[in-house]
Design a protein around this ligand. Structure first.
Ligand SMILES: Cc1ncc(COP(=O)(O)O)c(C=O)c1O
Length: 399
């Protein structure tokens, strides 16, 4: 069978591939510690869980408007007001089956063939493929360690051409856990302001999982409220509320683009699940205390994990500001041999770590930056400690 050109260039999500491989090894009876997937290890909070059951019992089980129920959109508006102090109307909000689809739909609606979307590397693994699926061109900017893996205004300016249509970024970042400060966002906004054709996609998936005691991560709209009419604010239930399987994400932005995204969804998935929408509405209204607890736990894990990983010879760890990822420089371990096999790349390193020590991690190259690996610390401190011991053993065997 002949598949489309699009199908031929499509790549499987590398993290989902690694998760599948870890599960396979587990099924063969190995004690696998998976630090790959970006998924909280805590349960969906009680209030939305009960709401999901209630939705089924009450018969809230039918199609909804493509943009999402008005009740959920109102709850999103209130949450954005609380978090970002920004006002939106229901027509400026759309809900979809996960924030992943929201980013995908936004790119579909802003890119014409050949349009460029600027993305800083290291990036979330899905961004470049999503741009390509929208017939756009991902314009990747390499961000160095000295720049804390963040785009500088000078690099942003240099990357902009007449074809630039989008600037897509995530703060706190997946994969580094580092976040832009308000001043850094102001400086980026200074560049973006000069180029009115650019739509800003602010992926805020981790903006509540901030580990410095603040309520929310600094935001581009706080830095530059004047960019609101061309900024898409993306968020969802998956991370802070641990509702990955419920598949609810949303966007707030200019009505014209939001309407187009809803129309796109109306022709693609129809709408997000009515049951999940009902549950997420309850999560948004009731779960601030639960988020505070989760942040406390993550803060403790960050401290113990940073300390443990820093004790592995050859590892350099960047203490994350938020999210639940460690971004580890493993360059000192590359170019060595393991049982006679050269460990050339982050992929080789992570493959051996999984095949021989049963610790699953994401090679930095999947995030566009060689010489690093990403570990999720959405696992218990015991699991992380055990994984670190295995990594130490692996590294000690490199010659
Ligand atoms: C940076 C980032 N954006 C968006 C998403 C999408 O989340 P979901 O589709 O589960 O809402 C993820 C999930 O891993 C993510 O890490």
């Amino acid at each position: 069978m002949e598949l489309s050109k699009r199908a031929k260039t499509l790549k499987t999500s590398p993290t989902l591939f690694l998760v599948a491989k870890a599960k396979e090894l587990s099924a063969q009876g190995h004690d696998v510690i998976s630090l790959t997937v970006g998924e909280p290890d805590w349960a969906t909070f009680p209030a939305p869980s009960r709401a999901g059951i209630e939705a089924i019992e009450k018969g809230i089980t039918k199609y909804t408007a493509a943009a999402g129920t008005i009740e959920l959109r109102k709850a999103i508006i209130e949450k954005i007001k609380f978090e970002l102090n920004q006002e939106y109307k229901p027509k400026e909000i759309t809900v979809a089956s996960g924030a992943k689809f929201i980013v995908f739909a936004a790119l579909q609606m802003i890119c014409s063939p050949g349009d460029e979307v600027i993305i800083g590397a290291p990036y979330w693994v899905s961004y470049p493929s999503m741009v390509e699926l929208a017939d756009g061109v991902p314009k990747i900017i390499d961000c160095t360690e000295a720049e804390h893996f963040k785009i500088t205004p000078a690099k942003l300016e240099a990357a902009i051409t007449a074809k630039t249509r989008g600037f897509l970024f995530c703060s706190p970042s997946n994969p580094t856990g580092l976040q832009y400060s308000l001043d850094e966002l102001k400086a980026l906004a200074g560049v973006l302001r000069k180029h009115p054709q650019i739509v800003v996609i602010s992926d805020d998936m981790y903006n509540r999982l901030v580990l410095d005691g603040s309520k929310v991560a600094p935001h581009i709209l706080e830095a530059a409220p004047d960019l609101k009419d061309r900024t898409v604010v993306v968020n969802g239930g998956s991370k802070a509320y641990s509702m990955t399987g419920w598949r609810i994400g949303w966007a707030a932005g200019p009505e014209k683009l939001i309407q187009a995204m809803s129309d796109y969804q109306s022709q693609a998935t129809g709408s997000a699940s009515s049951i999940s929408q009902y549950a997420v509405e309850v999560a948004l209204r009731k779960c601030e205390p639960d988020i505070a607890e989760v942040v406390k736990t993550l803060t403790l894990r960050r401290e113990s994990g940073t300390k443990a990983l820093s004790g592995v010879p050859g590892f350099k760890v960047f203490r994350p500001d938020g999210a639940f990822y460690f971004w580890v420089d493993i360059k000192a371990c590359l170019g060595k041999s393991f049982q006679g096999k050269l460990v050339k790349s982050s992929k080789d390193f992570c493959d051996i770590l999984l095949d021989h020590y049963f610790v699953a991690t994401v090679p930095g190259i999947e995030c566009g930056t060689e010489g690093y690996m990403r570990l999720s610390f959405a696992v218990s401190e015991e699991s992380m400690a055990k994984a670190v011991e295995r990594m130490k053993k692996f590294v000690s065997e490199l010659v």
